[in-house]
Design a protein around this ligand. Structure first.
Ligand code: 8IG
Length: 270
């Protein structure tokens, strides 16, 4: 930066965050990033021992976490011969901090050396037969935020955004995994039943408030992307019950060992 009063370039800011991350964790370069969504925290212990844990706010460009069940921490985990960079929380679009803040962890991970990223989330499920606690691979997405993390005339290709290779790897580990199309709403309110009917009509299977902007930023940065949703509730109007955040946390607890096992098994192949 030449002028201290200028808004920092987001890629330059991510570079500074990555340098600080290397300093604080003592790990020069990371290989694979993981972003944990609602309900995924209990699964992370299966990945291996943390070699370092830092507060996101110790790094340039990060702000404090805002959601119960999310913690504003970053863990460095040694898993086999890989260094994993695990974000235990994310910044959501609905926090109103802007898209740059939403994708700053992704750009930091890329600047820290990560060539692949696993984006997880908790979401509502639309398909008959899906039940809370079920992981589903994201095959594609529909971004209803009307925003992009890409700045300037950079026409990033999103064909096969969610890596067929990594999805295949997951299905080798667990052949029963379904795939679905993830639809990101801005939130923070859940959908109306009428909006869920719209999602069905447009071909969506999963509804949530995260992931698509991060996946686009990851692709822009040249990373291979794997997206896994944990269906924590049936989408609005499908269960006859109102939606609440406690069922999200409970779905995570009940599915933790399956998801932890899945994450642990795929890391060597990524
Ligand atoms: I967890 O049903 C979770 N997050 N938009 N809709 C949306 N986001 C969610 C939902 C849901 N469940």
């Amino acid at each position: 930066m030449t002028d201290a009063h200028e808004t920092p370039d987001p890629h330059e800011l991510a570079g500074r965050a990555a340098a600080k991350l290397a300093e604080l964790t003592g790990v020069k370069s990371h290989d694979i990033a993981l972003v944990l969504g609602s309900g995924w925290l209990p699964a992370v212990d299966a990945l291996g021992e943390a070699t370092a844990e830092i507060d996101t706010t110790d790094l340039p460009g990060f702000s404090a976490a805002a959601v119960a069940g999310h913690s504003g921490k970053i863990r460095s985990i040694r898993s086999g011969d890989r260094n994993l960079l695990v974000f235990l929380s994310r910044t959501h679009f609905y926090e109103g901090k802007g898209v740059r803040a939403v994708v700053h962890p992704i750009r930091t991970a890329a600047a820290a050396g990560c060539r692949a990223i696993v984006l997880t989330n908790g979401c509502g499920g639309l398909r008959d037969g899906w039940t809370p606690g079920q992981p589903v691979l994201i095959s594609d997405h529909i971004n209803l935020t009307a925003h992009s993390p890409v700045e300037g005339a950079n026409f990033v290709d999103l064909t096969d955004l969610y890596s067929p290779r990594l999805r295949g790897l997951c299905r080798e580990v667990d052949a029963s995994l379904d795939e679905g199309i993830y639809v990101q709403f801005p939130g923070p309110h859940y959908e109306t039943p009428a909006e869920i009917n719209m999602v069905r009509a447009m071909g969506g299977d999963l509804v949530g408030m995260s992931t698509t902007l991060e996946a686009i930023a990851a692709r822009e940065a040249g990373m291979e992307v794997l997206g896994i949703s944990l269906v924590t509730n049936l989408a609005a109007g499908l269960s006859g019950q109102p939606l609440n955040h406690e069922e999200v946390l409970e779905a995570g607890r009940s599915a933790a060992s399956r998801m932890g096992g899945l994450l642990g098994s795929i890391v060597p192949g990524i």
